[in-house]
Design a protein around this ligand. Sequence first.
Ligand SMILES: [Zn+2]
Length: 401
Amino acid sequence: MNKLPEDHRVIARRLDLLHFQEEAPGMVFWHPPGFTLLRVLEEASRAASAREGYVEVRTPQVLRAPIWAQSGHWEHFQDAMFRVGDADVPAALKPVSCPAHISIVNRRSLSWRELPLRIAELGLVHRDEQQGALCGLLRLRQFTQDDGHIFCEPHQLVEEIRRFCASIGPFYAAFGFDRVEVGLSTRPPARLGDDAGWDFAEAALAEGAALAGLHPMIQPGEGAFYGPKLEFVLIDDAGRRWQCGTMQVDLVMPERFDVEYVGRDGARRRPVMLHRARYGSLERFMGLLLEHHQGRLPGWLAPVQCWVLPISAEHEPWAEHVRATLAAAGRRVELRPSDQSLGRRVAEAHQQGIPAVLVVGGREVAARSVAWRQAAGGSSPTPLEEAVARLNALCRCPLEP
Ligand SMILES: [Zn+2]
């Protein structure tokens, strides 16, 4: 507790995850292990969204000015947007995916039968942050947002909020974040929408959170100008607080984009819109994760889950069979050949935070087994089949049902 953790940039270099260079400030060059980890985070988000009834979409990277004028971004957010020339029509790289999701919803006539409609995107977004403010993965100019939007009838709002609140604790716990604080940010002095709308939205967030057993701290005046929100703050191993997840009621966008659905009575009605994210930024979350675990990631997250170490060259054929068997079982496994001493390879595996290290020598070849290195030193002889089962258990994603 409260020790000074190693910086995620140092850890990322040690694990060969990524690099930055001057030609692309605030944007990541992903190396293979880093990209593997990013994909694991993406897949965890995708699987959770699928379980919770979201459909997945992808929307354009560049959008012309009118959509940003309609959303209000051109007026309030233009300085943070990367403008691009698109045949003399002003356009920008998207800083958020919300207006594009509304475009998908507005393409057809929406019926009450389709609500709640839940849409998710792992959206690559760009924000032109000041270069002095950039900080490794924690503050980037290009990052992946786990953006999701729910369109529902007003009477469905509390239940949608409850569902999200109930799912987010177990989601964070799977990454080793057991301590989460929740805040409810209420109406700011400068805001859009009428008081009745704010009353309704704030009450729904409080009730949905309470039904999920959460007790948010009220943060008066901290809401966005377009609606109140719940904020989920992770407390890391060093006791630091990081706001990651949000769930936000939007009182403005459905009006601005004239989103409608046909109600039970055939009348056109305005749905309620929610924005939600679990990670916020996947890259920033990865930075927190690396510092929280100091690079020793849980099995399901580790870019490389297992090293197989033959003691000498004559043991390499069996070591290769072990590697191939574990890889066929879905594990991320590497064979480290015997051109370095065993002690040195074991030490490097430890330094790299490899969850499982299997050593293969003459005894193991004869017994068709492996020697499973213990964290405390020493090793236990393990038949190959048992090693597969044990490694699978070690690398099981806690989010899988
Ligand atoms: Zn949004």
